[in-house]
Write a new protein. Structure first.
Lengths: 322, 332
């Protein structure tokens, strides 16, 4: 009898203060969709208000402290939180220096050969791919575009070698859009297979400058830190002749971020010592490395130096390989 | 201090830059045994073998035709021997019998070098050899195989004809001849059987004691050439690796895949199972040495060794597996 009376009092008290929810209540328990949605919106609004209040308070405190305020905290980004890759190249490492000094690109880096690039596509290319190839040929000096004619790459390669080409670039097309790139260093060098995305041709670029001239551009390679990144970076570097012609004021940039390589082609002009103006010319595209194969193109019997395995390598959002 | 370093190393690796590397898993350290000043690409290590049953000497065969002897007690190279020239191809096999050393090159020239004298016994085993392997229980028997060169077992006491030549399998379902490409050979202990893995992703078991010259068992794995093979201490299984970095444990009774070992990103160049513990060490073009456990297929150790690795040798001493991959205190 006592417990019943006690309960009756409690319920009376509760009904006086308005509808209250039991403490272990979550918005998702309401079965009615409209009510649930409105509850959720109210919850979000509250949270946002609290966040703004907190921010205002912190700002006030910081202003009040003036010089004695603690330093601003650096927000965490995925690049900040990147897991340290043990294959990151140390510039003073002798063994890696020897390895790079005697690998397949040593002929280029010792100024024994000049680059000569052959650009082709998969069979019967359409529209965008053809125009992309032509624009690439203007961006890369000494590049020649040839129609594929259904020829097998393994037969094309010895012919290229005999004609003195140093690179073979095959742009693969799918449904009228370029989506893959096979870059093969010719005498007997590695073959890299990339996934190409976000291709923007010259017509689609906003505020672009005039067409690129024949001057040899400078090359910028950003953020290729690991051993694999070094190999790929050297591969891109060997596409362009050694001495850039600064008269042309053109620069090609390969920027690696989170394993995606962004290619941009700009013309720059120094307005004074500190200010530069840049105009983007030329195509822009993104690459992602799928595999690096030792030796010239041989996808069935070649030995792979690195293969992208999605389930093993992409399991962590903070681990990158290039 | 080089001798102290070499005495604790339990895994030896040969790299493409010509450096002999020793790894100690207990101390979690790797050492390079070479002279930094005289490195060159033609000293690239092709084959490695133990110089003696006590595992105190490592024989290292390079591309320029020299075989160097490295002493694990002293930590230095003690001898060099010219065993051929690069025109005949790279070394594909190196083995040691009681008083002589056996080398085989890609052109098919198998030579037995006797200790202390310059006379050699030469056998031509055919062109395009990919591997020569010695039978660990009957050390005067070797097996060779290569591209369009079927498996042949030779007895060095009767070098004129092979004791066993494998016959190619029957024509396939299109009635076409199945190509032959033997990449690696293994002798199954306590029996006469030989396991081979091919560049056409087949694993075959041959039995020379039966009159059947065709394989007794054929199993397929993956779609890429199998480059390395090793037999673990427990019977009935074999570990193979292919050019895509896929390592698999195959069952030799039925020819099924027992499981895959994950982690490799590059082609497997060297594979060896520990003689007594259920461990397998693998090295390849992705410049890592990985040690997996065969029971639960987990990665036990992973070591970054800055050059591409060609061969691996495990010593029979206890590796004292710690059960986790290399900690941050490693110094490589």
């Amino acid at each position: 009898m006592d417990s019943n009376e006690a309960e009756g009092e409690e319920t009376e008290k509760k009904s006086e203060s308005g509808p209250c929810f039991p403490p272990t209540f979550s918005v998702s328990e309401i079965k009615n969709k409209q009510r649930r949605h409105s509850m959720f919106l109210k919850l979000k609004e509250e949270k946002r208000k609290q966040k703004l209040e907190l921010k205002k308070k912190k700002k006030k405190e910081r202003k009040a402290l003036g010089d004695k305020a603690p330093p601003k905290e650096v927000p965490k980004t995925i690049e900040n939180q990147r897991i340290y890759d043990e294959t990151t190249v140390n510039p003073e490492d002798e063994e890696v220096a020897f390895d790079e000094g005697t690998d397949e690109f040593s002929a280029y880096f010792n100024r024994l050969t000049n680059p000569k690039v052959l650009i082709t596509t998969s069979d019967r290319p359409r529209g965008r791919t053809v125009r992309f190839c032509e624009q690439l040929a203007t961006v890369i000096p000494h590049a020649h575009v040839y129609y594929r004619r259904g020829l097998a790459l393994k037969r094309v390669i010895p012919q290229c070698v005999s004609r003195g080409f140093t690179y073979l670039m095959v742009i693969n097309e799918d449904r009228k859009v370029p989506n893959g790139l096979v870059l093969c260093h010719l005498p007997d060098g590695p073959t890299a297979h990339f996934k190409v995305s976000n291709v923007r041709l010259r017509k689609e670029m906003k505020r672009r400058g005039k067409d690129p001239t024949e001057h040899v551009p400078e090359v910028i390679l950003n953020n290729f830190t690991t051993r694999l990144g070094h190999s790929i970076g050297r591969m891109f570097a060997a596409l362009f002749p050694h001495d850039p012609q600064f008269v042309g004021r053109q620069v090609a940039t390969f920027h690696n971020q989170r394993d995606f390589i962004f290619f941009r082609f700009h013309r720059y002009i120094f307005k004074n010592e500190k200010k530069v103006g840049i105009q983007e010319l030329g195509p822009r595209f993104t690459l992602k490395l799928r595999s690096l194969q030792k030796g010239t193109f041989d996808s069935k019997f070649g030995e792979y130096e690195w293969v992208h395995k999605r389930h093993e390598m992409d399991s962590s959002r903070r681990k990158f390989h290039l | 201090q080089m001798s102290a370093k070499s005495q604790i190393c339990s895994i030896w690796l040969g790299s493409e830059t010509g450096i002999l590397k020793g790894v100690s898993l207990t101390k979690k350290q790797a050492f390079n045994f070479c002279e930094m000043s005289c490195l060159s690409r033609d000293q690239e290590v092709c084959v490695m073998a133990w110089g003696d049953p006590h595992e105190s000497e490592v024989l290292v065969g390079s591309v320029n035709g020299t075989v160097k002897t490295f002493s694990t007690d002293k930590g230095i190279f003690t001898a060099t021997r010219e065993c051929g020239d690069p025109s005949q191809g790279r070394f594909t096999g190196l083995a040691v019998t009681d008083s002589s050393m056996i080398t085989c090159v890609e052109s098919g020239l198998l030579k037995v070098w006797k200790e202390g004298s310059t006379e050699t016994v030469e056998i031509n085993v055919g062109n395009g050899i990919c591997r020569m392997q010695q039978n660990p229980s009957q050390r005067h028997r070797v097996a060779t195989g290569g591209k369009e060169n079927p498996l042949k077992v030779w007895d060095l006491e009767r070098p004129d004809k092979p004791i066993f030549t494998a016959k190619n399998v029957a024509h396939d379902w299109l009635d076409m001849r199945v190509p032959v490409w033997v990449r690696d050979i293994g002798f199954i202990p306590d029996s006469d059987k030989i396991v081979t893995c091919t560049g056409h992703h087949q694993v075959r078991v041959y039995d020379p004691s039966t009159p059947q010259r065709r394989p007794v068992l054929e199993a397929r794995f993956g779609e890429y050439p199998l480059t390395a093979l090793s037999l673990p201490a427990s019977q009935g299984t074999v570990v193979v690796g292919n050019t895509h970095g896929e390592l698999a444990i195959l069952d030799l009774r039925k020819g099924l895949v027992r499981g895959c070992l994950k982690g490799l990103a590059g082609a497997v160049r060297g594979l060896q199972c520990h003689p007594s513990l259920p461990l397998v060490a693998s090295c390849g073009l992705d410049r890592f040495l990985r040690v997996h456990s065969l029971e639960d297929r987990s990665l036990q150790h992973k070591v970054y060794l800055k050059s591409r690795l060609n061969c691996v040798l495990l010593s029979s001493r206890d590796l004292e597996v710690s059960g986790s991959s290399v900690s941050d205190r490693a110094s490589f």
